[in-house]
Design a protein around this ligand. Structure first.
Ligand SMILES: [Zn+2]
Length: 56
């Protein structure tokens, strides 16, 4: 079972900050780290730029 990251993201559908569900670390095409997950309330994809390991 993969470790679930606790990352705050902004859901554009709820218009609120929420903790991402199924958050995972991804890399942008330009090499910058980012995090991607889904909203626990509505299931909309959430995205946040920045290294999730450092953004605490
Ligand atoms: Zn939402």
């Amino acid at each position: 079972m993969a470790e679930e990251l606790k990352i705050q993201g902004y859901c554009v559908k709820c218009k609120e900050k929420r903790q991402m569900k199924n958050a995972k670390k991804v890399s942008l095409p330009n090499g910058r780290p980012a995090a991607q997950g889904v909203c626990p309330e509505c299931g909309t994809k959430m995205f946040r730029i920045g290294d999730p390991a450092k953004a605490k």
